[in-house]
Design a protein around this ligand. Structure first.
Ligand code: PNS
Length: 154
């Protein structure tokens, strides 16, 4: 089975990586889809996010890093994906994720499979990482070392 894990990954966190690794243990092929969102002002360009993800996940042979623009379901169809995979951190994620899952099913019959994040990653988000970093805080426990290096080297 071929699945797609979509997201902004701006930047990738330890929580994202855990979900991708766990998905790679369950599914034959895992595509990570970095969204190109023209409305957002990202910290990292899409190419940079893809590069970081590729470096972090280099040892996992059934994971592929891609990017997409437009509707997730259109990209999933193009890539001949069987299902969408998302990580769920806490109940706070649930409403939004449930709504997107129902919408993607309504749009194109794509099922969404949720992987529950481990408790140690339940509180980690890219937006908090960016906020902590912007105030000079230490994010090294929240993101892979590749991301820490990229942040430190501007
Ligand atoms: O990491 P994020 O920002 O929470 O990921 C959100 C993402 C990329 C999954 C969502 O914004 C998305 O699917 N965008 C593509 C456009 C789309 O298909 N929108 C309708 C979703 S129901």
């Amino acid at each position: 089975m071929k699945v797609l894990i979509p997201g902004s990954f701006d930047p990738p966190t330890n929580g994202h990586i855990e979900v991708i690794k766990r998905a790679s243990n369950v599914f034959d092929e895992v595509f990570v889809g970095v969204v190109v969102n023209p409305q957002k002002d990202p910290m990292f360009e899409v190419a940079e996010r893809k590069k970081m993800l590729s470096e972090i996940l280099v040892d996992i042979s059934n994971v592929n890093i891609e990017s997409f623009e437009g509707l997730l379901v259109d990209f999933a169809k193009k890539m001949k994906i069987n299902a969408i995979v998302k990580g769920l951190r806490a109940m706070t994620d649930f409403d939004y994720e449930f709504q997107m899952a129902q919408m993607n099913f309504n749009l194109a019959d794509f099922e969404t499979i949720f992987i529950p994040a481990s408790p140690e990653y339940g509180y980690v988000s890219s937006s908090m990482v960016k906020e902590i970093y912007s105030y000079g805080g230490d994010v090294s426990a929240l993101v892979p070392s590749v991301v820490v290096e990229r942040l430190n080297n501007g």
